[in-house]
Ligand binder design. Structure first.
Ligand code: GDP
Ligand code: IMO
Ligand code: MG
Length: 424
């Protein structure tokens, strides 16, 4: 299986970082294909915690080469900070990380506009990560975006950035009544970044194609989750890219038929950070318990994550959308100690019950989950490595989800570390 996609099946933070780190022990390449530093992928190596935002989660395996592909929007300041942070902790990045020359850059004006637009939305805010992701993708679609390769031609780069800053400042000062940005300072800072990033910049399209032809093993790393997809997620409470399988082909530049295996990462319950409908959210004590036991605080922003129960309606939709061949179930350990575990099997709507995920958020907001309650399990399962050693109720829960999602779970994760994994 030379090409494998690893995709978040829910609203992000399913544990993709942990799983990618685990699976990429067998990879030659790990390729990030979309999103930007809105992502926060956590990997634990013993007592050491790494949170990766732009650098692919395969970086902790010295033999793996890592690609930030064309579909990613890159804030070069964050990227350099991340590279420096890794190098200072003994992770060699130079010579192993490749940044697409076609990727779009995130600028301070994107970050500023992200924040100002959120403020202006008031109660209707999306709850973005304030990393400038939406405005950067908007510029790409408007064809005024600046790509990585442009940094190698300083004069043209300066003119392009100046034009953009002029336009953005009109909005920043006019509509938002905020302070204008200084184009000269931005250009100077980015050209400094460019000098340092030059050795990383590559034609990653050609590189991935060559690797594929040599039969090397490629893993594609999804960020966010399928339900945050700009078209198929809970629009407008979504991110601005395509976290789904389809995003891989356009984000990397590979034909759909070259995606050989798709693995969905499912958290054993549900979390969401930011605004938007979340039918199985539990705002009460049990939701709070999930947050505390699961350490559910944003890896990028530190915000508390909203917590609730596994949603089969949403996850079956995700399976259909992504074509998962298999799943990985994470954080099963967090559910230990509950007397029963609710799983949402259908939504009640004003015009009847449905097992279809509605396309319209105003409908989804009215959905009342119908739960089936499975027996809970006791004890600490985080030390278990063999599936047969799990409490019988925990196995029943895993198998119940597999049957209803119609995919097998190849791994069950019972803790944040690599070793805390049950291989089925
Ligand atoms: P990602 O964005 O999908 O990579 O997920 P995050 O890293 O944002 O959030 C997942 C959190 O859960 C991180 O703190 C992980 O270290 C942690 N984690 C991953 N798998 C497990 C697991 O099976 N059990 C527990 N208790 N924590 C886990
Ligand atoms: P990883 O890769 C969870 C959410 C934000 C917000 C919405 C839009 O760690 O799973 P954006 O900044 O992208 O414009 O925000 O998307 N969001 C995530 N939620 N995990 C993520 O990434 C996310 N990246 C963005 O909270 O609701
Ligand atoms: Mg995360």
């Amino acid at each position: 299986m030379p090409t494998v996609c690893v995709i978040g099946a829910q609203w992000g933070d399913e544990g993709k970082g942990k799983v990618l780190d685990l699976l990429s022990a067998d990879a030659d390449w790990v390729v990030r294909y979309h999103g930007g530093s809105n992502a926060g992928h956590t990997v634990w190596l013993g007592n050491e915690k790494f949170v990766l935002h732009l650098v692919p989660s395969g970086i902790l395996h010295p033999h793996v080469r890592c690609v930030i592909a064309t579909g990613v929007v890159v804030d070069p300041r964050h990227l350099l900070e991340e590279i420096d942070g890794l190098e200072s902790r003994g992770v060699k990045v130079a010579g192993r990380l490749f940044l697409s020359d076609r990727a779009h850059l995130v600028f301070p004006y994107h970050v500023e506009l992200d924040k100002l637009a959120e403020l202006r939305r008031g109660e209707n805010r999306i709850g973005t990560t304030a990393r400038g992701i939406g405005p950067a993708y908007a510029d790409r679609a408007s064809r005024i975006g600046v790509r990585v390769a442009e940094m190698s031609e300083p004069d043209a780069f300066r003119r392009h950035v100046e034009r953009n800053v002029e336009e953005k400042n009109a909005l920043i000062t006019g509509l938002y009544r905020a302070k204008p940005l200084d184009a000269g300072a931005i250009v100077a800072e980015y050209l400094e970044c460019a000098k340092r990033l030059r050795p990383f910049v590559s034609d990653t399209f050609a590189m991935v194609g060559d690797a594929k032809r040599r039969g090397e093993r490629l893993f594609f790393e999804g960020a966010q989750g399928a339900l945050l997809d700009i078209d198929f997620g809970t629009y407008p409470f979504v991110t601005s890219s395509h976290p789904i399988t389809g995003g891989v082909t356009v984000g990397v530049g590979i034909p759909p038929r070259d995606v050989e295996r798709v693995i969905g990462i499912f958290k054993a319950y549900t979390t969401r950070v930011g605004a938007g409908p979340f039918p199985t959210e539990d705002p009460g004590d049990l939701g709070k318990r999930l947050r505390e036991r699961g350490g559910e605080f944003g890896s990028t922003t530190g915000r508390p994550r909203r917590c609730g129960w596994f949603d089969l309606v949403a996850c079956r939709y995700s399976c259909e959308l992504n074509g998962f061949d298999a799943g990985v179930l994470t954080k099963l350990d967090v559910l230990a100690g509950l007397s029963e575990i609710p799983v949402c099997v259908a939504y009640g709507l004003p015009n009847g019950e449905t097992t279809r995920f509605p396309g319209n958020v105003s409908v989804l907001e009215r959905a009342v989950p119908r739960y089936e309650k499975l027996p809970g399990f006791d004890g600490d399962v985080s030390g278990i490595r063999n599936y047969r050693d799990l409490p019988v109720e925990a196995k029943r829960y895993v198998q119940y989800l597999e049957e209803h999602l119609e995919i097998p779970f190849s791994h069950v994760s019972v803790g944040p570390e690599r070793e805390q994994t049950i291989v089925r």
